[in-house]
Design a protein around this ligand. Structure first.
Ligand code: G4P
Length: 524
């Protein structure tokens, strides 16, 4: 088979997705159960155990451990039903949503996990907005059905009302949340009864019951599920591939990650329903066919994940062609050759050498210190991929080294943190003060922590101020310089940002000068 045909075939076998959820909805548990059902781990608990080891070995992740949050993102690759699944992990905490935006730029679909007792929560909503802005198809999982929760029909309404996504249940609970017997598979009309395993640590065996048998065993609970489904049919809440791929409707699954209920159905849906990689659009909006020679873009940079080797990893999403370790690529922005001798799959601080990869896969390039977020790499024919949209920063703080004799280390650290996207770095023209901008307070804390630990430069940070930031251009910046309540700052990449003291000042300027350039989306 030619390499081009092989690239198409391999891409067809890839599913690259991210899980989005509010903290505590069950993302980690579900990830673990996916690995369990794929046979990648024999016992659930392995992911947490691995994560624990990773934390123990990594000092800058001390913060994660202290606060019980996930700051770093990792990529898991596993095989399932003759497919290769790439699960891109996203940090759960809202303060790191900038990181999540970038990860979602590398995904072809998302699984939205909702806690059945809580429904749509603030962080789910925010992350969903990012999916919507990218027209990313979203599968929904109603988790924790083993516990008392909201009425599932009411939850469907909530999803539709709050995020404007039409849910299309594929499975439906038999029994009330808290007294869950199994699920009704809407495609087959049968009931799937689950076997409980001790602590959900091992895969359960699904038992399929024909409707007559389900009615005999579960009487009213089965009848109620059948009635609910009839109602869903009536209101047209049924799976429609076109609407799903357009990001208008979401196939919905019910279950409980903890007890393994419904996990297999969801994983099967990732293979059967989620789309394989499709040709990526370049910066001009032209699709780059999958069978073209290798191309990819950097969507995340992370340094010093393992203090033992203090390295720097650039995560690259493969967009086209075949990647083979050792191939010499071209670095888009500089046109310089780029060696890929150190390509690895990365799970926290664990590395496995990657010898080859296909569209949809993610490669970690170790010690690729010249790479920045959005940079393209290609084997032939230049290509530039579009910049990754991000929401405007919401906080600013100024930073300076505590000890001026450490200024050089401070500057190096600031440059590194900016390259990784930990914070944005702004300056007022003619003023050397370093102003940091971020979406969440904790980004500043990570910045200060790492500068001290990794660069030996303790930082003085001013109290972060809430700001309303808009991207602007030279002409509007000129006008804004004479206006009250706003400062014009320049980001290191030359982007001009209008930093308003409060939304009030922005409203005033927008009302008086509707023609000025003030954009809420700031690209990286
Ligand atoms: P996150 O990554 O989205 O933050 O959530 P995570 O999987 O860590 O789950 C948060 C809590 O919810 C955990 O309990 C987990 O065991 C529980 N959980 C996840 N899925 C289910 C489910 O289907 N049913 C029930 N009843 N609980 C579920 P924890 O007590 O905070 O942690 P742990 O001691 O169990 O690890």
């Amino acid at each position: 088979m030619s390499e081009a045909a092989e690239a198409e075939k391999q891409a067809g076998r890839r599913r690259t997705f991210a899980i989005i959820s509010h903290p505590d909805a069950g993302k980690t548990t579900l990830t673990e159960k996916f690995l369990l059902y794929a046979g990648a781990v024999e016992q659930a608990g392995a992911v947490k155990a691995r994560a624990g080891r990773q934390r123990a070995r990594s000092d800058w992740m001390e913060m994660e451990q202290q606060r019980g949050i996930s700051i770093s993102s990792t990529v898991l690759q596993f095989a399932y039903r003759d497919h290769t699944i790439n699960l891109l992990d996203t940090p759960g905490h809202r303060d790191f949503s900038e990181d999540t935006y970038r990860v979602l730029a590398a995904a072809d679909a998302a699984v939205m996990v909702l806690d059945v007792a809580k429904g749509i929560e603030p962080q789910t909503l925010k992350l969903f907005e990012v999916c919507r802005s990218r027209n990313l198809p979203v599968l929904t999982f109603l988790n924790k059905c083993d516990r008392p929760g909201k009425d599932p029909l009411a939850l469907l309404d909530e999803i539709e009302q709050q995020i404007g996504l039409a849910p299309a249940p594929i499975t439906w609970p038999v029994g009330e949340p808290g007294d869950f017997h199994g699920l009704l598979d809407r495609r087959r009309g049968t009931m799937v009864r689950f076997e409980r395993t001790a602590h959900g640590a091992a895969r359960g065996v699904d038992e399929t019951l024909e409707p007559v048998e389900a009615a005999r065993l579960f009487g009213p609970a089965w009848e109620r599920a059948v009635d609910d489904v009839a109602l869903l049919d009536e209101v047209g809440a049924s799976y429609d591939r076109k609407a799903f791929l357009a990001g208008e409707s979401s196939p919905l699954f019910v279950g409980s990650a903890l007890t393994n209920f419904g996990v297999r159905h969801l994983l099967d849906a990732v293979v059967d329903l989620a789309p394989p990689p499709s040709p990526s659009l370049d910066a001009e909006g032209v699709p780059r066919p999958l069978e073209q020679p290798f191309s990819g873009f950097v969507f995340k940079i992370q340094a010093n994940m393992n203090p033992a080797h203090r390295d720097h990893v650039a995560f690259v999403r493969v967009c086209s062609g075949h990647f083979e370790r050792g191939m010499v690529l071209t670095h888009g922005p500089t046109g310089k050759p780029f060696s890929t001798k150190y390509a690895a799959s990365v799970f926290g601080s664990e590395r496995n050498t990657i010898d080859d990869a296909w569209p949809g896969d993610v490669i970690g390039l170790v010690n690729a210190s010249g790479l920045r977020i959005c940079d393209s790499l290609y084997a032939a024919g230049p290509v530039t991929f579009p910049s990754i949209p991000a929401f405007a920063p919401e906080l600013t703080a100024s930073a300076s080294p505590k000890d001026l004799s450490r200024f050089k280390q401070f500057r190096r650290g600031v440059e590194q943190m900016e390259q990784e996207g930990v914070v944005q770095v702004l300056r007022r023209p003619g003023d050397p003060t370093t102003i940091l901008a971020a979406v969440g307070q904790m980004q500043f804390e990570v910045f200060a922590h790492r500068l001290e630990r990794e660069f030996g430069a303790a930082v003085d940070l001013s109290v972060p101020q809430e700001r309303t930031v808009r991207r602007t251009d030279g002409e509007t910046a000129g006008h804004l310089r004479g206006v009250g309540g706003v400062d014009v700052l320049e980001r290191t990449d030359g982007t001009l940002l209008a930093v308003f003291n409060s939304p009030y000042w922005l409203d005033r300027v927008e009302a008086d000068h509707p023609d000025w350039t003030l954009e809420a989306i700031v690209t990286t």
